[in-house]
Design a binder for this molecule. Structure first.
Ligand code: SF4
Ligand code: SF4
Length: 403
């Protein structure tokens, strides 16, 4: 695992050209130089020179980032800013004595407790019909301001979009895949997992389930590498059988699992990074036809290689609409959306407006956090005939048939 010191050379490589400003979603809505990589590198340079120390203010500016990696792809010096910010935040944690309450809030135990609460709330929303009622009165609820918008957004977490049931497959299994069900599938809504399993069965892939923890993405991005390492250890321990693939249906889980080997020296971490793959890669040989001539657009998550777009474009009977900036950050990014609500909502709103203007029926994506980002943006816009943000596998299982 690299330390902040190991990145000093990379920080010096920043030529201050400012090109990162043109792609940084946070800079675009705040015009705050500290939001963009160049500004953060100026701060970190001050730390290297000894003019500044790792304090709460430095952490605050480092947190002003969705981790989208757009600046890395655009930077002429090829600097991986996100990696540097993680190392810098990790150094902050080493140097600061957090109050006990803050430690409890930051702990994985608290995170799991909140997930259990979300799970219970979800069951309540669904069983009581509250979820359906919110959808029915959505426009009136949205006109109630901030609380209404948040209620509609929370409801999108729990709503069931998959109505179809899996039918027993007669197919012989030829590959074994362990399914990494991220927090969203495990605690909040398992529509995506069910849909992905239906599709995998059709490809002859046997899905094995294990008791995994969260992938740890929010701890990694927060620079809390101590807690992140503990999570990686638990997940690697759960991989106790032979497997051909470690499957994910979430772009964020996928990208973080590939990073385990950078924080864990074990063979199993290396093996995992080689075997982790998207469900999309295993179903690309299936052919789909939509049940109706929908107008469909995609949103490519920042951490997705984008191969799923090919699958969507190949669905027979749809009208594929390429919406501008479909591959730009949705502004959600987990903890960022909680710490910087105003900025996050502005980015999401601009994004959602582009899909509304394109008049599409569905926005297909592959990350639960992006679904939240898109729904957050849609909730900001009180118009009729809004598109439905939906996971790729749920769309394929519910609104398409295989041909
Ligand atoms: S694009 Fe790269 S080199 Fe240019 S200012 Fe941004 S981080 Fe520095
Ligand atoms: S990773 Fe994204 S949000 Fe963060 S500084 Fe780079 S462009 Fe901006």
């Amino acid at each position: 695992m690299k330390n902040f010191k190991d990145y000093e050379e990379s920080i010096y490589k920043c030529s201050r050209c400012g090109l990162c400003q043109s792609v940084c979603p946070v800079f675009k809505v705040t015009l705050n130089e500290c939001a963009v990589s160049r500004g953060k590198f100026n701060i970190l340079n001050g730390i290297i020179k000894g003019d500044l120390t790792f304090n709460d203010n430095v952490k605050k500016y480092l947190d002003l980032c969705t981790g989208c990696n757009a600046c890395k792809d655009f930077c002429p010096s090829g600097i991986d800013a996100r990696e540097i910010f993680i190392a810098a935040k990790s150094e902050y944690y080493k140097h600061s004595k957090l109050p006990l309450l803050q430690k409890i809030i930051n702990s994985y135990t608290m995170f799991k407790f909140l997930l259990y609460c979300a799970s219970i709330t979800g069951k309540f929303f669904r069983l009581t019909g509250f979820s359906t009622a919110i959808r029915f009165f959505e426009n009136s609820i949205l006109s109630c301001g901030y609380i209404g918008k948040r209620l509609v957004l929370i409801n999108t977490l729990f709503e069931r979009k998959l109505k179809k049931k899996s039918s027993r497959s007669e197919k012989k299994y030829c590959k074994k895949a362990i399914y990494f069900d991220g927090c969203f599938n495990k605690y909040i809504n398992n529509d995506t997992k069910k849909a992905a399993k239906m599709l995998l069965e059709q490809c002859g892939i046997k899905v094995i389930e294990k008791n995994f923890e969260c992938c740890g993405i929010s701890y990694l991005h927060d620079g809390n590498t101590v807690e992140f390492k503990k999570i990686t250890d638990k997940n690697l321990k759960a991989l106790d059988c032979d497997y051909d693939y470690l499957l994910t249906d979430c772009a964020s889980c996928n990208s973080v699992l590939k990073e385990y080997k950078n924080y864990n020296d074990s063979d199993s971490a290396f093996q995992l990074s080689q075997k982790v793959t998207d469900v999309a890669n295993l179903i690309e040989n299936l052919n789909f036809e939509a049940i109706k001539n929908f107008n469909v657009a995609v949103h490519k998550p920042c951490h997705d290689s984008g191969d799923f777009v090919k699958i969507v474009k190949n669905i027979k009977g749809i009208n594929f609409v390429e919406v501008q900036d479909y591959d730009k950050c949705c502004g959600f990014s987990g903890k960022f959306a909680l710490q910087h609500q105003e900025i996050s909502r502005k980015i999401s709103k601009q994004k959602a407006q582009q899909y509304i203007n394109a008049n599409v029926d569905f926005i297909i994506t592959t990350c639960p956090a992006c679904l939240l980002g898109l729904n957050q943006g849609l909730a900001e816009t009180n118009t009729q005939n809004k598109p439905v943000a939906i996971n790729l596998y749920v769309f394929l299982a519910e609104f398409c048939k295989t041909i």
